[in-house]
Design a protein. Structure first.
Length: 374
C-alpha cells in the first residue's frame, strides 16, 4: 500500500481523525489509493461493533466509494440467515416497504439491534440495485454444532455449509482473550477441551460467512463482495478470513474502524489491512442503539394507529394484557402516529414503563408495558 509517515512517540503513532492507518507500519494511507486497491479484491470485510451508529456510517461511506470504483459489488450481511435471501432480493427489487421488509426478515427476533443503525445501508443497496447477501446460517445450527460437533449433524441440517478448517492455536488464544476464562468461567485456558464447545460455535459462524461469500464469488461474473461482519470474526485474519483462505478465496482485505487517537503499532500489527479513525461516537446515538426491546408485539401501521396482529406468549406485551386486534394510538394522554409509538418502544430503557393508549373495540384503555431490567 502507498503510505506516508506519521509522527511516532514512545511506540505510539498519532492517528488523526478521518484518516486511514496501516497497522503493520503505523503509516498514514491515502484514501483514494486504498479504495482503488480494495476495488480489486475479491472480498472486502468491514468489521463492526454492532451498536455504534458511527461505525455504520463509516461502512456506508466505504461501500459508496467502492461502488463508484467498481459498480459490480454485492453487500453481504451477518445479520441475515441464508433463508432470508429471497426477502433481501425482493427488498432490492423495490417490492417491499421498510416495515414489511423488517417484519419478513424477523429483524427484532433474529438480530435485535436497532434497525435504524442499518437502514441507511439497506436503502443504499435498494436505491442502487446493489445485491444484498444473507451470510449467516440457521441459528440453531450454531448451538447444535457447539454442543454435538460437526460430524453429528446430518447433511440435510447443515444449511449448505461445509466443515470449518480447524482453529489455529492463535485463534483459540485470541478468542480466549475476548471471553476471559471461557463461557461461564469453565475453561482454564485456550487449549482446554472445555473451551472446544465455544470454539466450534464460533467457527460455525465464521464458516457460514465464508461459505456464503464464496458462493457469491462462484458466479460467472463475480462481484466484489463487501462483508458487514462483527469485528471479532475478522481481526488478525482469524475467523472468516481464515475460512475464506481454506475455501480458496485469497484476495480479501479487512478494514476496521477505531476511535483511538494513537495507535500501538506492535499491538495492532496484523489486525487488519487498514484502520479508519472515526469521529467520537455520538453519546445520544449510543444510548439508544443497543439491542432492541423484544416487547412481543407484532402488527401493522395504519394512518392513526398501530394495530396488533399477534402477541408473543409470556412477553412484556402479554404481561401488559395486549391482545390481537388492539389498536395503539398514543402514550399517556398524548396521541401519537404509529411510527413514533414504535420508535418509543425501541428506545425504551431497561426498567422503564410506557403507558399506552389502547383501543379494543369501542373501549379505550391504558396498558402499561414495562421493559424488564437488564
Amino acid at each position: 500500500m502507498s503510505s506516508q509517515s506519521t509522527l511516532t512517540k514512545s511506540g505510539l503513532n498519532k492517528h488523526p481523525r478521518a484518516t486511514w492507518l496501516e497497522p503493520a507500519t503505523g503509516h498514514a494511507l491515502s484514501h483514494s489509493a486504498l479504495m482503488r486497491e480494495m476495488a480489486g479484491k475479491q472480498a472486502v470485510l468491514l468489521g463492526e461493533t454492532h451498536n455504534i451508529a458511527e461505525i455504520h456510517r463509516w461502512q456506508l461511506h466505504v461501500i459508496a466509494a467502492l461502488h463508484t470504483l467498481r459498480p459490480g459489488i454485492a453487500v453481504g450481511f451477518e445479520m441475515f440467515p441464508r433463508a432470508c435471501q429471497p426477502v433481501l432480493d425482493r427488498w432490492v427489487a423495490g417490492t417491499l416497504t421498510t416495515e414489511r421488509f423488517l417484519h419478513e426478515v424477523e429483524w427484532n427476533r433474529v438480530w435485535g439491534f436497532d434497525a435504524d443503525l442499518y437502514l441507511p445501508i439497506f436503502h443504499f443497496c435498494r436505491a442502487n440495485r446493489v445485491p444484498m447477501l444473507a451470510l449467516n446460517c440457521h441459528r440453531p445450527l450454531v448451538t447444535r454444532v457447539g454442543k454435538e460437533g460437526w460430524d453429528a449433524i446430518p447433511e440435510e441440517d447443515r444449511d449448505g455449509l461445509t466443515p470449518s478448517a480447524d482453529a489455529t492455536p492463535a485463534y483459540r488464544e485470541y478468542l480466549f482473550s475476548l471471553v476471559g476464562s471461557g463461557p461461564n468461567g469453565t475453561s482454564e485456558g485456550p487449549m482446554d477441551p472445555k473451551f472446544d464447545r465455544f470454539i466450534r460455535a464460533q467457527q460455525t459462524w465464521d464458516r457460514a460467512f465464508a461459505c456464503n461469500i464464496a458462493k457469491a464469488l462462484a458466479a460467472p461474473e463475480p462481484p466484489l463482495v463487501i462483508g458487514i461482519i462483527g469485528r471479532g470474526h475478522l481481526e488478525y485474519g482469524h475467523g472468516t478470513p481464515f475460512q475464506l483462505r481454506d475455501l480458496g478465496i485469497g484476495e480479501t482485505a479487512i478494514l476496521l474502524p477505531s476511535t483511538d487517537e494513537e495507535a500501538d503499532v506492535e499491538k495492532l500489527n496484523g489486525i487488519a489491512d487498514a484502520i479508519f479513525r472515526l469521529d467520537t461516537p455520538d453519546p445520544a446515538a449510543s444510548q439508544t442503539s443497543g439491542r432492541a426491546f423484544k416487547h412481543g408485539l407484532e402488527g401493522t401501521m395504519e394512518k392513526d394507529a398501530f394495530t396488533v396482529t399477534a402477541v408473543t406468549p409470556e412477553s412484556p406485551a402479554a404481561l401488559a394484557g395486549f391482545e390481537a386486534g388492539d389498536r395503539l394510538t398514543g402514550i399517556g394522554e398524548t396521541p401519537l402516529p404509529p411510527e413514533a409509538l414504535l420508535a418509543a418502544l425501541r428506545r425504551l430503557p431497561p426498567g422503564a414503563v410506557l403507558p399506552f393508549i389502547s383501543k379494543r373495540g369501542t373501549q379505550t384503555r391504558e396498558a402499561k408495558l414495562q421493559r424488564p431490567p437488564e
